[in-house]
Design a protein around this ligand. Structure first.
Ligand code: G3I
Length: 450
């Protein structure tokens, strides 16, 4: 029997799904006593910005892994970090975050492809045609590297001016390519990774104002002309000068009504105590009230690493203690208030679970396609792990909608983007196998949920 190549390239884990029938075991784990699991119960993700440089800090990683179901690299996917000199891409730090997220079954938001800030110095001097070529090459290079692994990309970030004009912001892209650069970036992005949701992301657009009206008009125009846009990100950086707007929910809803998803992408609220907690509650309630608000991301794990650390704007203090805002968010998400609370259904030993079922969805003389469907039990889950044991002769050449690791002929699969599931909800991953003389079916083993 020949040696089998088990490991797949980063790009080869991407793809589509097909249908399912053979059952495996269930396993219990914690339920809605974390931000991620509580949000999953509402059909949403709850994410955080992450810096690769902090992943080695055990309390940071433990808090991240326990609480969040999605990550956004805070700086590591930006243009200056990924293409510091033209055509020379560097993914080391971003890969570290994506690998960590995948090992924990978290989704990844891509931030950001085209932005006037954190641009390497070689970009600005380019002439119009060269800049257009460079912009498209950057999108293709970054999205190609992570094809199939990013749930949503911030394709264009902060392209509109503050103030009352509703005008586009001056930038190399705007000044040399005109308004059309945004449309071009989205069209290029769609072709580069058709599975990724494509978002426009901005700040001070959280309520109805001249800037959000201008973004609204652009999205409406894109939808009417078939320009590929799937979502709008509302950064939601709040403080006393820029409080949570009273028409926040209404504003999210009017964008959703254009036919796009909305996401809260960089949430932080300066303050402390019950006032900060009350503001966080408003934000979570607004998202939950809008069915197309698919998830929320806070802009960091702990106050001590926040870009506004002096304003203590996050959910965990510098020692990773839960702040009142944490409890408020968990409660607004329908969570149980934390481990150990009387009657907390999320304490260890409670019954979150999943099942895995296998079916062969295509068959030919030398190979077949298999599909494994993961179904959450009676409680929501934030992630899952399933094992598939292949007959020794067989080899897997591609796998989609999951991230595999191998031990001999046992494939352990975690989510690529599809970790959180509401109670009773399903997702699936698929794979192509070569028979190499054995037509036997693989065996699906334990499904574990967390
Ligand atoms: O890593 C270097 C370090 O080596 C050096 O010693 C130090 C000296 O200044 O700089 C460090 O890099 C800093 C980097 O954050 C990492 O900490 C940069 O100077 C600093 O400019 C950078 O700030 C980031 C900022 O974007 C840049 O515009 C923040 O971390 C990041 O939170 C912030 O995020 C933005 C979003 O991308 C877009 N929306 C607004 C949001 C907040 O400004």
């Amino acid at each position: 029997m020949s040696m089998i190549v088990r490991r797949l390239s980063r790009a080869a884990t991407a793809g589509l799904v097909a249908a399912a029938a053979l059952t495996a075991a269930a396993h219990s784990a914690e339920a809605a006593d974390t931000l991620g699991s509580a949000a999953a119960g509402q059909g949403r993700y709850f994410g955080t910005a992450v810096a690769a440089s902090h992943l080695g800090e055990s309390d940071y990683a433990a808090t991240l892994d326990r609480e969040f179901s999605s990550v956004t690299p805070e700086n590591e996917m930006k243009w200056d970090a990924t293409e510091p000199s033209r055509g020379s891409f560097t993914f080391t730090s971003a890969d570290r975050i994506v690998d960590h997220a995948q090992s924990q079954g978290m989704d990844v938001r891509g931030h950001t492809l085209v932005w006037h800030s954190q641009l390497p110095s070689w970009v600005s001097p380019l002439g119009a045609q060269d800049l257009r070529t460079a912009m498209n090459a950057h999108i293709n290079g970054l999205m190609g590297h992570y094809k199939g692994e990013i749930h949503s990309w911030d394709v264009v970030n902060e392209a509109f001016q503050d103030g009352g004009s509703g005008a586009r912001r001056s930038s190399p892209f705007q000044d040399k390519l005109g308004d059309g650069f945004i449309e071009e970036a989205f069209r290029t992005a769609r072709a580069a990774d058709p599975a990724a949701k494509l978002c426009y992301n901005d700040y001070n657009t959280d309520g109805v104002n001249a800037k959000s009206n201008a973004v609204y008009d652009m999205v409406k125009d894109f939808k009417s002309r078939g320009v590929p846009i799937d979502c709008v990100g509302f950064q939601s950086h709040f403080n006393s000068n820029s409080p949570v707007p009273s028409d926040y929910r209404h504003n999210l809803q009017r964008f959703a009504d254009l036919g796009v998803d909305v996401q809260i992408t960089e949430l932080d609220i300066e303050g402390s105590g019950s006032a900060q907690a009350a503001d966080y509650t408003k934000v979570v309630e607004a998202c939950l009230a809008v069915s197309r608000c698919t998830g929320m991301t806070v802009w960091g794990v702990t106050d001590k690493y926040s870009w506004r650390s002096g304003g203590t704007p996050l959910l965990f203090d510098g020692d990773y203690n839960e702040k009142p805002a944490y409890g408020a968010v968990l409660s607004a998400l329908g969570g149980s208030g934390g481990p150990g609370d009387p009657g907390d259904p999320g304490d260890p030993g409670d019954g979150a679970s999943c099942t895995a079922t296998y079916t062969r969805t295509a068959d030919w003389s030398s190979g077949y396609n298999g599909q494994v469907t993961i179904t959450a039990g009676a409680e929501p889950i934030s992630s899952w792990t399933a094992t598939v044991t292949l007959p020794a002769q067989q080899s897997v050449s591609s796998l989609w909608n999951g991230t595999p690791t191998w031990s001999g002929n046992v494939m352990t699969v975690r989510p690529s983007w599809n970790g959180p599931l509401a109670a009773g909800a399903s997702t699936s991953f698929g794979f192509t196998a070569a028979k190499n003389g054995s037509d036997a079916a693989p065996t699906v083993g334990t499904c574990t949920a967390s």
